[in-house]
Ligand binder design. Structure first.
Ligand SMILES: Cc1cc2nc3c(=O)[nH]c(=O)nc-3n(C[C@H](O)[C@H](O)[C@H](O)COP(=O)(O)OP(=O)(O)OC[C@H]3O[C@@H](n4cnc5c(N)ncnc54)[C@H](O)[C@@H]3O)c2cc1C
Length: 472
């Protein structure tokens, strides 16, 4: 992974817009650049494009969409931006927060129209920190389905997708203008492709153990649950080109990966009233803050594990997610008709478990103040049958990355934009600030599709010598 001088380099072919990475960001960028009239090539290291996007639940937040209006949900970009800012404790880039919050609804509606994505709003639970029902999902509730639609749409409009083509060396002029890229093929061959503009959509550095240890030591030994191909290439290239990076310690963790099955258990089980206890049968943190910050707390428990406990009503909500159904099929979800049965099924100490459940009831009815900071809803008190899953904490993806503006242009430390370089999704710095706690559910995909679209439009127009307007 390096950047070399472009002088004297001859390219096999040159395209107006080159995109590195065929996940949600890269494919959305390609669709947008194509819609703006540019020829686009997307290059992807894997033989079959999947990325983190295919591993995800495919949930994308957006405020003020026609899908929300159809369900009578009152929401707008200002409210979304306020939620993002509050979750990141005011430490995310405010200009980027505003730009993404405003462009999210137009992007979702455009993707529905241009890529035929049948978005619908989740209306049976709210993720921590969102003040409105704004999570847009596919009927399948999977990132795999999202990837399927994006790939089909990109291929449908004639985008060239080069798979098994890992971008390795970038060639650039002294002013940081990227002239082209070497694409390494599995057989050792190299394709040298020139470009008018380059969009980095190669995600973050979750798959690069050295970078994780350097920037996110808390997660250095944790399970990495994202795509192995996300090696931090964008950050390495960007830095070599003189770009600024931001919030490199920020990340999305998750406190509810079934162990040892390695299957995501939706956080809806917690937002709907479930709890987490450690191997001693005791709660250890306020689960309602969010799954990202809770991951470290789970890892700090004996054996780095916890039990997520919920009930039959909540399981019905969770079953809309394929992963949850898979976890049930794999035997990861224990069922019991009573607390004694639950203790037996999980191996948790019966007396401590019963005491924890009794305490939760007193917090819910308001007779005792909850010491960890969680407010329990009396309507969500857990009732038999009880269910439980043994879980661990994991790193899902990194949120730090290249500093970008509201057009997805990569910025230098002085705030000026590099001549023809764009970044989005996990390649760019996110909306979460420098801490795991700053991650608001959906921050991953919303920056992938929104910055992908904005970058694709701007890149296309810049190579056509046209002015750039507001894409939102
Ligand atoms: C289990 C799980 C569930 C999640 N659920 C959600 C969710 O519901 N909502 C949400 O908002 N976020 C979710 N996320 C986070 C979300 O998946 C990511 O933030 C998002 O997919 C990032 O999209 P991307 O396009 O930037 O990256 P990716 O989808 O990872 O795509 C990047 C692509 O670039 C390729 N690449 C990398 N380097 C190179 C190179 N040098 N040359 C060529 N190709 C390269 C990779 O192979 C990959 O295909 C989840 C993450 C995980 C792990």
């Amino acid at each position: 992974m390096s950047v070399q001088p472009a002088e004297g380099i001859v390219f096999d072919a040159t395209v107006p817009v080159l995109v590195i990475g065929a996940g949600a960001c890269g494919l959305t960028a390609a669709l947008a650049a194509h819609a703006a009239g540019a020829e686009v090539v997307v290059t992807e290291r894997d033989p079959l494009p999947q990325g983190n996007t295919a591993l995800s639940a495919g949930l994308v937040p957006a405020a003020g969409t026609r899908f929300q209006r159809a369900k009578g949900i009152d929401d707008d970009a200002a409210r979304f931006a306020a939620d993002l800012t509050a979750k990141a404790r005011n430490r995310a880039d405010p200009a980027l927060v505003q730009a993404v919050a405003q462009a999210a609804a137009p992007t979702i509606e455009w993707l529905a129209d241009a890529a035929g994505i049948p978005f619908e709003v989740l209306d049976d639970f709210v993720y921590p920190g969102h003040s409105a029902l704004r999570m847009h999902a596919l009927p399948e509730r999977t990132g795999e389905a999202l990837m399927g639609h994006l790939l089909q749409a990109a291929e449908g409009v004639g985008t060239t997708l080069m798979t098994g083509a890992r971008a390795a060396t970038l060639y650039a002029d002294a002013d940081g203008r990227v002239a082209g890229v070497d694409l390494a093929r599995p057989d050792g061959a190299v394709d040298r492709v020139g470009c008018g503009a380059l969009i980095l959509a190669s995600n973050g550095y979750g798959g690069n153990a050295e970078m994780v240890r350097a920037h996110i030591p808390d997660m250095a030994d944790a399970l990495y649950f994202g795509h192995e191909g996300n090696r931090g290439d964008a950050v390495v290239w960007g830095r070599a080109l003189g770009a600024a990076v931001r919030d490199m310690s920020g990340y999305q963790g998750h406190a509810s990966v079934a162990h040892p099955h390695g299957i995501l258990i939706t956080w809806a089980v917690i937002t709907e009233g479930g709890i987490q206890v450690n191997a001693d049968g005791r709660r250890f943190a306020d689960e309602s803050r969010g799954y990202s910050e809770q991951a470290v707390d789970v890892l700090a428990q004996p054996g780095g594990i916890a039990w997520t406990i919920f009930d039959g009503r909540i399981a019905d909500v969770a079953r809309q997610f394929e992963d949850f159904r898979k976890a049930e099929a794999a035997g990861a979800v224990k069922h019991a008709g009573s607390l004694e049965g639950l203790a037996e099924a999980t191996g948790l100490p019966p007396a401590a478990l019963a005491e924890t459940m009794r305490q939760v009831t007193t917090y819910a009815d308001g007779s005792v103040l909850e010491p960890l900071g969680r407010r329990f809803d009396p309507r969500s008190v857990l009732l038999p049958p009880y269910l439980a899953v043994k879980v661990t904490g994991a790193l899902f993806h990194t949120q730090g990355g290249l500093a970008v503006d509201g057009r997805a242009r990569v910025l230098r430390p002085d705030g000026t934009a590099l001549p023809n370089l764009y970044a989005g999704g996990g390649a760019a710095c996110g909306l979460s600030g420098p801490e795991a706690a700053g991650y608001l559910s959906g921050n991953g995909l919303v920056t992938a599709v929104v910055l992908g679209r904005l970058g694709g439009l701007d890149a296309a127009r810049s190579t056509q010598g046209r002015g750039v307007g507001d894409a939102a």
